[in-house]
Design a protein around this ligand. Sequence first.
Ligand SMILES: [Zn+2]
Length: 277
Amino acid sequence: MNLTIDAGGTNLRAEIWHDDICVAKKDAKSAKIGLYAWIETLLGEFKDVKNVGISFAGQVQNGIIVSAPNILIDEHDIKKVVEAKYGVTLKIDNDLNCAVLAEAKEFGVQNICALYVGTGIGLGAIEKGTLIRGFKNVATEIGHIPYKKAPFLCGCGRNNCLELYASGSGIAKWMEHKKLLCDASLQELERTGEREIVDMFHEALLSAIGTTLTLFNPQVLVLGGGIVDANQYLESLILKNIKNYTLSNSLENVTICKSKIKNAPIKGALLLKDYND
Ligand SMILES: [Zn+2]
């Protein structure tokens, strides 16, 4: 049996897989229970689990949790501790790395990027079948590339990150700064005449996608996340304008489209057991 977990900033979701069949689903709130305590509960209930795969919305390195802004962490050295106590194999990776593994399988390609826009903006990249990690597994933190100064700070402590413009949390910060009280959705901002925030978001999103295409030259670029899902028009806006944000060579025969997988990070967590760098 395999246990896969999607540890997100709001929810913890788990699936128990027996061969190719999902036999149980569980969920919990990320702020209510520590990840390790929850894994102990699940492994206590499902005693035949041999592999644990975790998609984690934060930084991890070699099975050790480095940081997570919104998840209750009661054990950083999670791989070592769980494996020693339960005799299972545990693999944990960044959520976008998991998502892009699932997308690579879905599209059957070796060069692919997954760009997700929700509360934050995140990127996973695979080149020639291998995840691009960098020295400390933080290579594709696109939300924190320097973009433009804002009158408030990013979660990382700087004031010029792309995420301050091209994410749900960025939109919320701009609304707070402008003392706007409407819903923090693009449609609502448009409806109430707050075009400026919407335009800034579009510009920053196109910059993020253009940067991704320019740096990684993927065959497929998949878009996902809550904001992409909630705004159907973004896909055509991107396809129409992206030529102004990257080289024409970077766009040659490239597929840019929305994700078709429901919860790609948890699907990718299931693939971790067979993935080796
Ligand atoms: Zn930042």
